[in-house]
Design a protein around this ligand. Structure first.
Ligand SMILES: [Zn+2]
Ligand SMILES: [Zn+2]
Length: 335
């Protein structure tokens, strides 16, 4: 038996840190045992906590963004060893469907993502498939490494944007994901980057992290157009603005999670070949790319991690994450 600490959404709106004695499950040949170090709180976790997520409802062990240390490896594991600092891809793909055969594991249906339909990472010891593990250099602090998951979302998003659409880019929304997308655009060689964000402090951060201009909603000139627009909000108003502000032949990417159907101005989209693409999570290569960015400092998390809370105080972490000034809240597991 082993004492396991878990971060549990016990019912809608309620978070608890639970300590339970459980037998440690034996590892299969291709499995890895990990001890999470830092767990990131994500907007989608708050949706689950609030009861509004389509695929996951309390009671549930939460968590899909972690840095961790490997504590045991199965007999056939070759990609990691005990003591490695790692990120774990939370997509538990079936590996058999058409999407998985094409290595687009993020499109595996129904999605089995840790903390939603698959067991959450918010527990002091966990077993995961070796293929989900990405090893990071030990020089990279585990606190920074916990940012790999949102950074991977941003890398995937910019990869989806055609290279010629990266010339003049508009990003709508500058929370954790928007600020990560700004950095990914900068690192991946985008031209001019404009951000629209209501919060003045987040606008300042966007400028610091690579945006050339940051404006409040409504401040853009009526005739301005962009080769690429990334909508991180996915509200009706923002997707309408994205589709209206994109040049003929340009690309709109929906990155936000819409909470219902949205109307698209299809006549002007169709006639002038304005494309609407979407981006959802990431593939394994995205993790390897952003571990490199985090390790060499190109991707800066110093202003993005706004709170670090001990696992004993997990309810505080979710309360802080709901505050509009919060960017990324991390929960620290004892080492
Ligand atoms: Zn997330
Ligand atoms: Zn699959």
């Amino acid at each position: 038996m082993s004492a396991i600490t878990k971060v549990v959404f016990t019912e809608i709106g309620q978070v608890a840190t639970e300590k339970v004695d459980e037998p440690l499950p034996a590892l299969k040949a291709n499995e890895v045992r990990i001890a999470p170090a830092y767990l990131g709180v994500c907007g989608s976790d708050l949706h689950v906590l609030g009861g509004g997520h389509p695929f996951a409802k309390p009671p549930i062990v939460t968590g899909h963004e972690i840095s961790a240390v490997v504590t045991e490896v199965g007999a056939e594991v070759t990609n990691t060893a005990v003591g490695d600092h790692v990120v774990v891809d939370p997509i538990m793909a079936c590996m058999n469907c058409r999407a998985c055969r094409n290595k687009r594991y993020n499109l595996c249906e129904p999605p089995q993502v840790a903390g939603f339909r698959a067991p959450g990472f918010g527990r002091s010891s966990h077993v995961v498939p070796a293929r989900n593990i990405h090893v990071a250099p030990k020089s990279l602090p585990l606190e920074v490494l916990a940012f790999a998951e949102p950074a991977a979302c941003a890398h995937h998003c910019v990869n989806r944007l055609p290279v010629d659409a990266r010339e003049i880019v508009l990003v709508i929304g500058a929370g954790t994901i928007g600020l990560s997308v700004v950095q990914a655009l900068r690192i991946m060689g985008a031209g001019h980057i404009t951000v629209i964000e209501p919060d003045a402090r987040k606008r300042q951060l966007a400028l610091k992290l690579g945006a050339h201009r940051a404006m409040a909603p409504g401040e853009l000139a009526a005739d301005e157009r962009f080769t690429g627009v990334i909508d991180i909000v996915a509200a009706q108003a923002t997707i309408t603005e994205a589709c209206t502000k994109v040049v003929a032949g340009g690309t709109v990417i929906c990155m936000g999670v819409p909470n219902g159907p949205r109307e698209i101005p299809l006549p002007s989209m169709q006639r002038f070949e304005r494309d609407l693409l979407s981006t959802g999570m990431y593939v394994p290569d995205d993790f390897d790319a952003v571990i490199g960015w985090l390790a060499d400092g190109r991707f800066d998390t110093s202003d993005l991690i706004t709170d670090v809370v001990s696992v004993e105080e997990a309810p505080v972490a979710y309360a802080k994450a709901k505050e509009p000034t919060s960017i990324k809240v991390l929960i620290k597991f004892p080492s």
